[in-house]
Each structure stands twice: as structure tokens, then as C-alpha cells.
Design a protein. Structure first.
Length: 271
């Protein structure tokens, strides 16, 4: 499995967009396909929506409540498409982990979450789920949320709507069939999305979950110093925060318990 990387934009704006060259023959087929088990009134017409590729990043500027302005702007623009970068109705902090491949630290992370009484969201690729059934089962059994990160980790705006549906539902059906578990949350691979892609995800019955804080934790050959990482994570706390972390990080596994304690000491709580 190819290692995944997240590129954060060091600016306030939440996306940078470029023209999308994909020209699928008939995106309406995808709308019909994903609507099979949903009422027609809940479906969003994707035909008139913008397919321009946008790369998400919460930026560095924050408001008076320490909420990144990029995350705030994202919610304001896309919440009608069930897409969120922070929680508007839950003041607790949500820890999320992207599971691209297993690097031996997830069990330690799960141990810490259990010890601290914190529930997290794990966004899994299909390959990860297939190779790590014991960890998936443990996530479910211990009350965490197992969520969808696609089958093969493509940039969604660069594939057709039908291919987006296949990427989502392949993972959805696999988890449903093997664990009798219904996933409802999706995270876009590479943080790359479009208005049209957000609507396709919504039509699949999913909410799109981005993040209001992330840091450079994914490079296993260049792990951040534990003291530095702890300070960054604790100082970023804000109500309704969604943290993006990578479970391949040894630093994350080692500091997680201390980070949870320090954020709680600062007056915040976790889901």
C-alpha cells in the first residue's frame, strides 16, 4: 500500500481550485444508482454543480474562539451538502484517524483511547479493512466509529460520478457484509473535493467530514518531536474541533494520552 500524505495549505482560505478535465459520459446514471435505497426527495441534482477540484486546508488564521477561519468558511459554504470541517452542534473535540496502511501503532492508540474513555473516528480504505480484520472488529466493539475513506484513494474530482459511487459503495458493502456495520461518514482522499463530488457523497447517504486541525504527522521517516507535537495539538483546541491524525505516526501513538489529558485540563472534552 502506498503511503498517504496530507498537504496543508499555509494560508487562510480553505481551498485552492483548478479546472477539472474529467468529462464523464453520463453522471446522471450515478444519481440514479446511489438513490436506489433513498427517497427521491433526499437526492441532490448533481448536473448543475461545479466539478472544479479544490484542495482543502484549514489554514492558520483563527477567530476569537481559536477556530480556523478556513474551517468556518467551509462549513458556511457546504453544510447544505452535509459537508463539515468542524462540529456546529457538538462542542466536544473529535479525534479522527486516517487508516491508509497499518504501521503497528493502531493497537496502542486503541489502548490509550480505551484508558482515557475517548471515542474516535477511523477512516479506512478497503485494503486496510481487508488486511486488518481484528483491528476493525476491535474499533467497532470498543465503541469507535469506522468510516469510509474510499476503495483506492483517488482524487474524487478527477474521476466520474459513477466511479465515485463505486469507490464509496465498495467499502460500504464490504464493511456491511463482513461486520454488519453501517458506515455513514466519508473523508475525501487527499482532501481533494468538488461541489459535485460533495453532492455524490451526500447522495450515497454519507456526511463528508474534513477537519479543523491537522499537522505534519504522516511521514514515518521524519516524525515530529514529541514535545513539539504535544504543544501543537494542545494549543489548537477549540469547541467542535475535528482533529485529523494518522495512525502510522509513532509520535501520535506515544503522546496521545498526554495530549488528551492536557486538552482536558484546558477545559475541553472529547467525544
Amino acid at each position: 500500500m502506498k503511503k498517504l500524505a496530507l498537504i496543508l495549505l499555509p494560508v487562510m482560505l480553505f481551498c485552492g481550485c483548478k479546472a477539472n478535465n474529467v468529462n464523464p459520459d453520463d453522471d446522471s446514471a450515478a444519481v440514479n444508482k446511489v438513490g436506489e435505497e433513498m427517497s427521491s426527495s433526499s437526492q441532490t441534482d448533481i448536473e448543475s454543480l461545479d466539478g472544479t477540484l479544490c484542495g482543502y486546508g484549514q489554514g492558520t488564521e483563527t477567530d476569537e474562539n481559536n477556530l480556523p477561519l478556513g474551517a468556518k468558511q467551509f462549513n458556511e459554504k457546504y453544510e447544505d451538502l452535509d459537508a463539515y470541517a468542524y462540529s456546529t452542534d457538538n462542542k466536544k473535540i473529535t479525534l479522527t484517524f486516517d487508516q491508509g496502511y497499518e504501521n503497528g501503532y493502531t493497537a496502542q492508540i486503541l489502548d490509550t483511547l480505551k484508558e482515557k474513555g475517548v471515542s474516535a473516528v477511523f477512516f479506512v480504505l478497503k485494503d486496510y479493512a481487508e488486511k486488518n480484520p481484528d483491528l476493525i472488529k476491535r474499533m467497532i466493539d470498543e465503541g469507535h466509529t469506522v468510516a469510509n475513506h474510499s476503495d483506492s484513494h483517488p482524487s474524487f474530482p478527477e474521476i466520474s460520478a459513477d466511479e465515485m459511487v463505486d469507490e464509496i459503495m465498495s467499502v460500504h458493502d464490504y464493511i456491511k457484509e463482513n461486520y454488519d456495520y453501517e458506515m455513514t461518514l466519508f473523508r475525501f482522499p487527499k482532501g481533494e473535493y468538488s461541489e459535485k463530488a460533495l453532492a455524490v457523497v451526500k447522495n450515497c447517504g454519507y456526511k463528508s467530514v474534513f477537519w479543523s486541525y491537522a499537522y505534519e504527522d504522516w511521514d514515518t521517516e521524519n516524525q515530529p518531536d514529541e514535545g513539539y507535537a504535544t504543544e501543537k495539538l494542545v494549543s489548537a483546541a477549540h469547541e467542535g474541533a475535528i482533529y485529523l491524525l494518522h495512525s502510522v505516526s509513532q509520535t501520535n501513538a506515544n503522546i496521545l494520552g498526554n495530549v488528551i489529558d492536557k486538552i482536558r485540563e484546558a477545559g475541553f472534552e472529547f467525544n
